[in-house]
Design a binder for this molecule. Structure first.
Ligand SMILES: Cc1cc2nc3c(=O)[nH]c(=O)nc-3n(C[C@H](O)[C@H](O)[C@H](O)COP(=O)(O)OP(=O)(O)OC[C@H]3O[C@@H](n4cnc5c(N)ncnc54)[C@H](O)[C@@H]3O)c2cc1C
Length: 402
């Protein structure tokens, strides 16, 4: 196959970039290793900025026809009292809410939209295996699709293949990791009709619980543990684990033992932030988690990946005008996005440090001081950056052919 751009990975970054390029008339191939999009874990929460982008693309009305929940605020509850809330409903209308919706359905919708353009091809069950390189320039990719090995020659390869990016590894780009003190245990639980689970973190001496409502009467439950202690937790048995969660939220007493029966229902997320040392090379670009991993506190990953895609679209279109995907032309993408991503990672680090306080004196100080800080202009600025991005970005619709 021959194409202008091949994108590896149909996550939010890869799907949005595919749609924007397809609509701009660029010959684009999107590869996804799974046959079905629900085979990968996918976060369901989207920041208000993502709504704004969909509006600019003219897709928001259709997106909102899919099953979704609107989120007014993200609450941090400390020993039963609200420590602070990230209020989306204080943002300027109409993008004054976050969105919770099935990510596989949203990704499929974006792919279907892109497939309306004859210059776009989607290959599922297609695993990126090897980069084609001439000197230091990337010229395409070799993939395995079912039993076939396929060579795709391409002016640009975009690695949108997530935190364990194959493209990043194949191109020998190093990442700088910053370990956190925590891991998360996640599981889904049916939410009873009588009880609401607003988006929140509940902090108690006995532990930290996170609720992410997933719509369709399902809530994603997160439990924060000290890094590396999952085997110890498992060895104490599921009932002991249930009791720990119930001690933090007694409201779980009836439902949890009915639904959480085995650790097989749980997955563990190694919390880390990381940044690739380079995001572009000649003929290559990394976007989303392949370039940078944000901590899951405050749900930034989807938004950051989509912001990357929006900026990458503009940079790729300009590079195409110059008929070159050389490093100096692609570098603008990294120059625009790296400082903004760093800023979000910095805010998240402060949040994690605050949440992780265990010293009793500091805990008292936190309870006294944070509710006051929550009312300051500095806090509002941080909220705006988390909800609407750390920089002004708009979809460049002038490139669209229709
Ligand atoms: C437990 C958990 C909960 C989270 N919850 C949220 C949330 O609610 N909101 C939020 O904003 N963020 C959340 N995140 C973070 C968010 O999921 C990521 O930041 C986001 O998905 C990154 O998007 P992406 O497009 O860069 O990559 P991904 O979404 O990771 O997509 C990468 C795609 O590449 C494919 N792929 C990988 N390797 C290959 C290969 N070799 N060949 C072909 N295809 C390949 C994968 O199958 C995948 O489909 C969460 C993360 C975790 C782990």
């Amino acid at each position: 196959m021959n194409t202008d751009v091949v994108i590896v990975g149909a996550g939010p970054g890869g799907c949005v970039l595919s749609y924007l390029l397809a609509r701009s008339g660029v010959k684009t191939v999107l590869l996804e290793r799974h046959d079905r999009l629900d085979r990968e874990f996918r976060g369901y929460f989207f920041q208000p900025l993502v709504l704004k982008f969909f509006e600019q693309m003219g897709l928001l009305n259709d997106v909102l026809k899919m099953e979704h929940e609107k989120v007014d605020a993200f609450h941090f509850i400390d020993h039963g009292k609200t420590l602070f809330s990230v209020r989306f409903d204080d943002l300027p209308k109409p993008f004054n809410y976050g969105l919770i919706m099935s990510q596989p359905l949203l990704l499929q919708f974006l792919i279907d939209q892109a497939l309306q353009y004859p210059n776009f091809t989607y290959l599922n069950g297609a695993i990126a295996k090897e980069l084609i390189q001439e000197g230091s320039t990337i010229k395409g990719i070799k993939i395995k699709r079912r039993k076939d090995e396929v060579t795709i020659k391409s002016g640009l390869v975009v690695g949108a293949d997530g935190r364990y990016s194959t493209v990043r590894k194949l191109s020998k780009i190093q990442i700088e990791k910053e370990q956190h003190k925590f891991d998360f245990i996640w599981f889904d639980m049916p939410a009873s009709k009588d009880r609401k689970y607003p988006l929140q973190i509940r902090i108690e001496n006995k532990g930290m619980l996170i609720y992410i409502p997933k719509g369709s009467q399902v809530v994603q439950v997160g439990w924060v543990i000290r890094k590396g202690t999952y085997p110890e937790i498992k060895s104490k048995g599921i009932e002991h684990f249930q009791k720990q969660l119930i001690a933090v939220d007694p409201g779980l007493e009836e439902e949890l033992p009915k639904h959480l029966l085995d650790f097989k229902q749980c997955s563990v997320l190694d919390i880390q932030t990381a940044t690739a040392k380079q995001w572009v090379r000649d003929g290559l670009m990394l976007i989303g988690d392949a370039a940078h991993i944000a901590s899951p506190f405050s749900g930034q990953g989807n938004s950051l990946a989509i912001q990357d895609a929006v900026v990458a679209h503009d940079v790729i279109m300009k590079a195409l005008e110059q008929k070159s995907f050389s490093l100096p032309l692609l570098k603008r993408y990294e120059e625009i996005r790296r400082p903004a991503v760093l800023q979000i990672q910095r805010i998240q680090k402060r949040q994690a440090d605050l949440i992780g306080i265990s010293n009793p004196l500091l805990l008292q100080l936190r309870r006294a001081v944070i509710p006051l800080i929550g009312k300051t202009a500095l806090f509002t600025k941080m909220r705006d950056q988390l909800a609407l991005g750390a920089q002004q970005i708009t979809v460049k619709t002038a490139y669209f052919k229709d």
